[in-house]
Design a protein around this ligand. Structure first.
Ligand code: AQP
Length: 340
């Protein structure tokens, strides 16, 4: 990255459903820590949410989910006084820059995006065009602030690489070296890809049909314990060393979750439980998950009791975000030839 750009964090989550443990450990928890290191902008990406069936043509649910995601950010520790916290659709510059980026990005680049392939599945023809162009909007989300660092889970790495390619091509084509930074993904911690509790080969996801596949940030102690106890495992005792987790994706996932929640090295946990059965390990994991997650759920409930206050926080955040994005967008418009 060039020195021309001041460090700035940008990241967002889709209000497609309640946030889960994967969103928390893969991204949100790192967002909170980053607030001590550099300025941060955190967004509720509701325009992304309507690209998929989970958010499309459900206006009431979408607005409710946007407030809920906002409450989750704050309950987890995002401080709206320090960081900018807002809703994507409230700052029009994202959509305007995304159009320019739709013309910068090449079809060949977009065709390589694995998330589109996964999410469209067997129904590619029935998928929205928005789902296909999701990564160009994501590039605009980041670059409309000239953000330099993007804390995300492992699954977003490819989209970040595309954002870097778009930035570079724009800079080259419009003869503006260093205009956009090359945003760096920050994939932090031991749970960068939390897997489904029902299938160790699938990532934990908001849109998984089975609620037992994920721990929602709104789950109560009983639900958290029940989901961990029912989590799929294998019949073998717990491994003696890290190599013993090879070919055991479900066990590996539970160790990763435990290590991340307890903030202890995975190797230390493996040594602690070596040769034991899953039941005791799961009881301890459930206990720590309840201790870490239920205070977030309680704070979310408190915040959600006053939706007007959440709306006011988002409106104030949108003003601050717009004040940064607007001059950058105007500069883009001049460079593209939309204005003198
Ligand atoms: N399973 C996961 N493990 C670690 N990180 C994850 N993230 C998502 N799932 C995991 C990270 O959470 C952030 C927000 O993701 P998103 O809301 O933009 O959507 P997503 O990545 O598509 O997440 P989901 O839960 O799978 O949502 P749906 O089902 O709606 O598509 C990102 O930083 C992501 O890396």
């Amino acid at each position: 990255m060039s020195d021309a750009h001041k460090p700035l964090v940008f990241s967002g989550m889709q209000p497609t459903n309640t946030l889960h443990l994967g969103n928390y450990l893969g991204a949100l928890r790192n967002w909170v820590k980053l607030q001590d290191q550099m300025p941060c902008i955190y967004c509720v990406v509701d325009m992304h949410a309507i690209t998929a069936d989970a958010g499309y043509a459900k206006p009431k649910e979408l607005l409710t989910a946007s407030r809920e995601v906002t409450a989750a950010y704050i309950a987890a520790g995002v401080d709206p006084a320090r960081s900018i916290l807002f809703k994507q659709s409230d700052v029009g510059a994202h959509a305007e820059l995304a159009w320019v980026f739709n013309c910068v990005a090449r079809l060949g680049w977009m065709d390589r995006m694995t998330q589109f392939k996964e999410k469209s599945g067997k129904h590619k023809e029935r998928s929205s065009v928005g789902l296909y162009t999701y990564p160009t909007l994501m590039a605009a989300d980041i670059l409309v602030y000239k953000a330099t660092h993007v804390p995300v889970g492992e699954d977003q790495k490819q989209h970040l690489e595309l954002a870097r390619d778009i930035a570079q091509k724009f800079n080259n084509d419009y003869e503006a070296p260093d205009f956009f930074p090359q945003p760096e993904p920050l994939i932090l911690g031991t749970a960068t890809r939390v897997m489904s509790l029902r299938d160790g080969a699938k990532k934990m996801s908001k849109s998984d049909e089975s609620d037992f596949s994920r721990i929602n940030l709104t789950d109560d102690a009983e639900a958290i314990s029940a989901k961990i106890k029912k989590a799929r495992t294998d019949p073998n005792p717990l491994p003696e060393d890290i190599k013993g987790l090879e070919g055991r994706p479900e066990a590996d996932n539970l160790f990763n979750i435990y290590a991340a929640l307890a903030e202890v090295p995975k190797a230390e946990l493996i040594a602690r439980y070596a040769g034991q059965q899953f039941s005791g390990f799961k009881n301890d994991l459930a206990e720590i998950a309840v201790a870490k997650l239920t205070p977030i759920a309680a704070e979310m409930r408190r915040l959600l009791a006053d939706p007007a206050e959440i709306d006011a926080i988002l409106a104030a955040g949108a003003e601050r975000a717009g004040a940064i994005a607007e001059p950058i967008l105007q500069d883009v418009k001049k460079r593209v030839g939309f204005s003198a």
